[in-house]
Design a protein around this ligand. Structure first.
Ligand code: DMJ
Length: 472
């Protein structure tokens, strides 16, 4: 099985254009003078095109492993060389999630074949309870961005069908969504949710509303965020658990990591994509509390830890792989100073073990949760910072991350998560976000600028680029 290496790929697009171009040919290493005389050695960096080609080769390795051993299933188990489905029946999670990555990385033949497969072999008419958040960010987002890139209306029809089946999730007394919804019956489960799962839906549902002309999608997802924001504490923080039926907090721990993280991201990005002034106001009113109570200065470094949402008291000095999304959001929001400083801290965390852990105590500089499920956030932030500053240090970071991934996670079949970043033991998982986020951001960090203009799109939390193709 071979993938085509396209020459020049014109892009595709319903409206607006993403120019996909061939990578320049790999060339010899470029030499640059060292910044200080003391070093006296030239700093040599591979040309960006060389690294972009390396990333593309790794993407092919991972994608072909999925195709060979797990095609038609949601995910690849790379060590057992088999596929598995989240809910016992496939929703084509990897093909749908990775489709726009195939397009962006220039794998046109694979993208065309995958698109055909997806439209012919995806049915959401299944009697299964699915996680509203995960299915929204991976499937709804993937279908919408791929529709915008290809103009294939069957992808939009699938997105509309899926959106309609997810909508009952919002039918709680508060309007904040239940965690699970049955795709066939519309029954819901699990009122105990969190800000990330409640507040990370508006880019996808909002875009679906604009593209289908059905405002209900926007309205339901927006109301959920407004209800959540209204329940912030008097000092302006949210907790990590809330009951969507009672509206009561179930955990008062506040931070920027998983369970809260992308709630903040979507306030800002919905303001940008939709011009939604309420979202901008909610973002602007949230950030001061985040910087005041969660930010932590240690030995000249900036971190964001955990605090009580009511008192603002520090509870833990924990940071982690998921928190590493925040420099990208800070940069996008115009706070380059904090973004650069926090990215330096994320990088220090990565360098402790040569690859980053799920969580890390920045008070003691020790690993707390040692797993690494191939997460993208630190690379995403390096990409945003490089795009905005053109500072080569962010590409240097990207090469470090690529080297670590290849060294510790590449396997005979695809890539594996790590059970323990210190011991470098492996886990039998290759999540779909490795293809659609981790390798996409890594590729874009080195790809020619015409590949994708960050100013022309808004990336969802699952790295699906959405563009505004509507008037209002
Ligand atoms: C992805 O599914 C999304 O980025 C989500 O917001 C957080 N977790 C993973 C990647 O780490």
């Amino acid at each position: 099985m071979r993938l085509s290496t396209p020459a020049i790929i014109g892009a595709i697009v319903a409206a607006g254009s993403i120019a996909l171009v061939a990578n320049p040919r790999p060339e010899a290493v470029a030499a640059r003078p060292a910044p200080t005389a003391a070093a006296r050695q030239p700093v040599t960096r591979p040309l960006p095109s060389v690294t972009a080609e390396r990333v593309r080769a790794e993407f092919r390795h991972a994608w072909l492993a999925y195709k060979q051993y797990a095609w038609g299933h949601d995910m690849l188990k790379p060590l057992s060389k088999t596929g598995y489905d989240w809910y016992g029946t496939s929703l084509n999670i990897t093909p749908i999630d990775a489709l726009d990555a195939l397009i962006i990385l220039g794998e046109r033949a694979e993208a065309d074949a995958t698109r055909r497969y997806v439209v012919e072999h995806t049915s959401f008419d299944q009697d299964i309870f699915v996680k509203n958040f995960e299915i929204t960010i991976r499937l709804l987002g993937g279908l919408l961005s791929s529709y915008q890139m290809t103009g294939d209306r069957r992808l939009l029809a699938l997105a509309d069908d899926l959106g309609r089946r997810l909508l009952p999730a919002f039918d709680s007394p508060t309007g904040m969504p239940y965690m699970f919804v049955n795709l066939r019956t519309g029954k819901t489960r699990e009122p105990n949710s969190n800000p990330a799962e409640i507040g990370t839906l508006l880019l996808e549902f909002g875009t679906l509303a604009k593209l289908t002309g059905k405002p209900v999608y926007y309205d339901k997802a927006k109301r959920a965020v407004v209800e959540l924001f209204a329940r912030r504490s008097p000092i302006g923080l949210v907790g990590e658990g809330i009951n969507v039926e009672t509206g009561q907090w179930t955990s008062r721990t506040s931070h920027i990591t998983g369970a809260i993280d992308s709630y903040y991201e979507y306030l800002l990005k919905a303001a940008i994509l939709f011009g939604d002034a309420d979202c901008r106001r909610m973002f602007d009113q949230s950030m001061p509390a985040v910087h005041r109570y969660l930010a932590d200065e240690r030995g000249g470094a900036l971190w964001y830890g955990h605090a009580d949402m009511t008192t603002g008291q520090r509870t833990r000095t924990l940071y982690g792989a998921l928190d590493a999304f925040f420099p990208a959001v800070l940069a996008l929001g115009g706070d380059l100073d904090r973004a650069k400083r926090l990215q330096a801290s994320s990088h220090a965390m990565w360098m402790q073990a040569g690859i980053e852990p799920e969580s890390f105590d920045y008070g003691t500089m020790t690993v707390v949760e040692p797993g690494y499920p191939l997460r993208p956030e630190i690379i995403e932030s390096a990409y945003y910072l490089f795009f905005m500053t053109k500072d080569p240090q962010y590409r240097d970071m990207g090469r470090t991350y690529l080297d670590g991934l290849v060294k510790y996670c590449r396997d005979e079949v695809g890539y594996t998560a790590l059970q323990d970043v210190v011991k470098k033991t492996r886990r039998d998982d290759m999540d779909s976000f490795f293809l659609t986020e981790t390798l996409k951001y890594l590729y874009l960090l080195f790809a020619p600028p015409e590949t994708l203009d960050l100013k022309a799109v808004v990336f969802t939390t699952e790295a699906h680029p959405l563009r505004r193709t509507w008037k209002r």
